[in-house]
Design a protein around this ligand. Structure first.
Ligand SMILES: Cc1cc2nc3c(=O)[nH]c(=O)nc-3n(C[C@H](O)[C@H](O)[C@H](O)COP(=O)(O)OP(=O)(O)OC[C@H]3O[C@@H](n4cnc5c(N)ncnc54)[C@H](O)[C@@H]3O)c2cc1C
Length: 649
């Protein structure tokens, strides 16, 4: 995969209210389509009975097309689902319909109007990768935009039923290859089924070759036949298959394994240590997955770094197609979607004023040109304003309001977690007031204080103090300005400027200072001299707090490695990868979400979604290389590879 992340929307003709792909010269559906969908994909996978008996179910689809299959499956699931059940849908589409075309096509199915509005409301921009939408009532849709041949190998999921609905093999042979079927089998849960409208030889051979038993049955309407397929159990694994976790289906390096825990059932309890944006976002993602979350924090919600009066929500642009670039773009889009969802429920936490990134030097201007040319974002998300970049969708978030909205519904325990004891099926969190909490999973989300837990003591987290200053009587800013330092309209009037960076010694508390206020004013004066000139240092309301930073400036997200076991398992990595390694051993039931650095307001929601997907077996919201780039074992393994002796005892 090269270059920008932008993809093209499908170009379609309209024939009698139905879209037709110009590129593939094929129709999206015939008639009103709903009858055929029901016959081929819903009945073909026996979904009515299976939905009715499953607390969690994952549908995979190759060819989102008009969205009809997804809408039909949702409608059926909502009718027959058991109480508190969860539905995940992972659907791949190379040329998504433009959202207007999606809405127009869906006019043919007024019975799906509500879900159609939910999909349209969260419809992702045309950016390659995985986009996660909350459809309400326990259903989530992960739309994978881009070539399925590229994206299937990057996906992590455990799919129970597949809809194979690409354009016909004669018109789109690339979607029906042995490589695609092998990926479909890899991503299939034990007992998975598949259904498709075509009985073409390549499809039958492909499915059979990938481990499915195939069966022809009566097609819909005038079509004589269709195919159903059943994944054959892999030999010798019958007993274990039911518990197949993400890890076993993964293509990851052995030292970056996904969770090895059995997926948590809806209603299971998750304990989250830390009430900042990391913890609050985890509580929100857990709630969407049907889990019960408890946040443990002696200070309450949003009292650490996440308690600043304002923060910028803007993309970090990394030119190139590497994992950091993909992560920051995906995180930004996910954060915007999360904010829209929370605001739709009444929260007021975001000022979408736009953020201007002025170019202060010739080098800045050249970089801005390159960033625009790289097409990392669609044109309505980034534009040139002279030599500056402007991000129209970006803005200023009210961090305490954001955290409060994210944490809504979670229980709060005001105590300090002092020790975590893990077992195969659960974990016990000991609190400083003598109490203990039991949970199906624990997330360490307390910034650099994670280092106080024995399981996290080798993580390379550093504490960087930072101060921002609020001026209640500052001249109004119509938009936010960011150029390293930033100046932004504050949520409750006036302006906020920031931020300083200063390393903190272990145990040292951050303290606001007049010097730091002066430094912030001087920094802002570089781009906004008139604005800065009227800021009076003594009228500032300063706030200092601590960023938790990693050496590569990426968060630390994922299951907790058992670092003692890692030392033994991977010790000979220092001599180069000489052999096949077994998967790294993980601490059961324990996850990390820390190291959010100076971007936590943007990145926490996606990081939280990643962790909860691992806990529950839901489709990962990011591409596999992103999960590996953020994996908590990365520094330990890198150091082993560099032959750095690390004490693990
Ligand atoms: C000056 C400054 C400006 C910033 N500006 C921006 C910005 O504009 N945009 C942006 O995206 N990001 C910004 N950031 C970064 C962002 O604020 C952080 O990345 C984010 O708030 C980190 O969230 P967190 O939940 O990991 O940590 P925190 O918000 O610090 O929360 C950690 C919590 O853990 C609790 N805790 C600690 N130990 C325990 C324990 N043992 N048991 C229970 N609880 C415990 C603490 O009480 C605390 O409440 C800024 C940061 C700073 C410092």
């Amino acid at each position: 995969m090269t270059g920008g992340r932008k993809i093209e929307f499908a170009t379609v003709d309209w024939e009698a209210g139905a879209p037709r792909s110009i590129f593939f010269d094929d129709i999206y559906f015939s008639g009103d389509g709903a009858g055929e969908t029901r016959h081929v994909f819903l009945d073909g996978n026996d979904l009515e009975a299976r939905f009715a008996g499953a607390p969690r179910f994952t549908v995979g689809e190759v060819g989102f097309g008009s969205g009809l299959n997804v809408l039909s499956a949702l409608s059926l699931w909502r009718r027959v689902r058991p109480a508190n059940a969860r539905l995940e849908i992972l659907s791949f589409e190379k040329f998504p319909l433009h959202p207007d075309d999606f809405r127009r096509a869906a006019l043919a199915w007024p019975q799906f109007a509500e879900d159609c509005a939910a999909v349209a409301g969260g419809y992702p921009p045309p950016i390659r990768g995985f986009h996660r939408l909350d459809l309400g009532g326990g259903a989530n849709l992960t739309l994978a935009f881009g070539d399925a041949g590229d994206l299937l190998p990057l996906a992590e999921a455990r799919v129970d039923a597949w809809f194979l609905d690409g354009f016909a093999p004669a018109k789109n042979p690339d979607l029906w290859t042995a490589a695609i079927f092998a990926e479909i089998a890899r991503l299939s849960a034990p007992g998975a089924t598949a259904a498709t409208f075509t009985v073409a030889g390549a499809v039958r051979r492909g499915l059979a070759g990938a481990g499915f038993t195939i069966e022809k049955c009566a097609g819909y309407g005038r079509k004589r036949e269709m195919l159903r397929a059943f994944l054959r159990p892999s030999p010798g694994s019958a007993g274990e298959e039911k518990r197949k976790s993400h890890s076993q289906m993964s293509r990851r390096a052995p030292w970056h394994p996904a969770s090895q825990d059995a997926p948590l059932a809806p209603g299971a309890h998750v304990a989250i240590i830390g009430g900042g944006v990391a913890g609050a976002a985890t509580a929100n993602a857990a709630a969407l997955a049907g889990l019960n979350a408890t946040i443990i924090d002696p200070a309450g919600i949003a009292q650490g770094a996440s308690g600043n009066p304002a923060g910028l929500l803007m993309p970090r642009l990394d030119i190139g197609a590497g994992a950091p670039s993909r992560f920051f773009i995906a995180a930004y889009l996910h954060a915007l979607g999360t904010i829209a969802r929370l605001e739709a429920r009444g929260a007021r936490l975001f000022n979408p004023c736009g953020v201007l990134a002025p170019a202060l030097t010739g080098e800045d201007a050249q970089w801005a040109e390159k960033a625009l040319a790289a097409e990392l974002l669609p044109s309505n998300y980034i534009e040139a304003r002279g030599s500056a970049l402007f991000f129209p969708q970006a803005g200023v978030v009210d961090p305490p309001a954001f955290c409060a909205a994210l944490a809504e519904g979670a229980a709060l325990v005001r105590a300090r977690a002092v020790r975590i004891e893990t077992r195969a099926e659960s974990a016990l969190i000991r609190l400083d007031d003598g109490r203990a909490l039991e949970a199906g999973a624990v997330v360490i989300a307390n910034g650099a204080q994670a280092l106080n837990f024995v399981q996290a003591r080798t993580l390379p987290l550093t504490r960087i103090a930072g101060q921002i200053d609020r001026f209640a009587d500052a001249p109004g800013l119509a938009l936010a300005h960011a150029f390293g330092p930033y100046a932004a309209p504050a949520p409750d009037g006036g302006a906020v400027i920031g931020a300083t960076y200063a390393a903190l010694a272990a145990g040292e508390a951050p303290r606001p200072s007049l010097d730091a206020t002066r430094a912030n004013i001087a920094a802002v004066a570089r781009a906004l001299p008139d604005f800065a000139a009227v800021l009076e240092p003594l009228r500032a309301a300063p706030r200092a707090s601590v960023r938790c930073q990693t050496p590569d400036r990426l968060p630390l997200v994922g299951p907790a490695p058992d670092f003692d076991a890692y030392g033994a398992q991977f010790d000979d990595l220092r001599f180069g990868k000489a052999r096949e390694y077994a998967q790294g051993r993980l601490v059961p039931r324990l996850y990390f979400l820390t190291g959010l650095g100076s971007r936590g307001l943007v990145t926490a929601p996606l990081c939280a979604a990643m962790i909860v997907a691992e806990m529950t077996g839901a489709p990962a919201p990011v591409e596999r290389p992103v999960a590996e780039a953020l994996h908590p074992a990365r520094f330990f393994v890198r150091d082993l590879k560099r032959a750095v002796a690390r004490r693990v005892k």
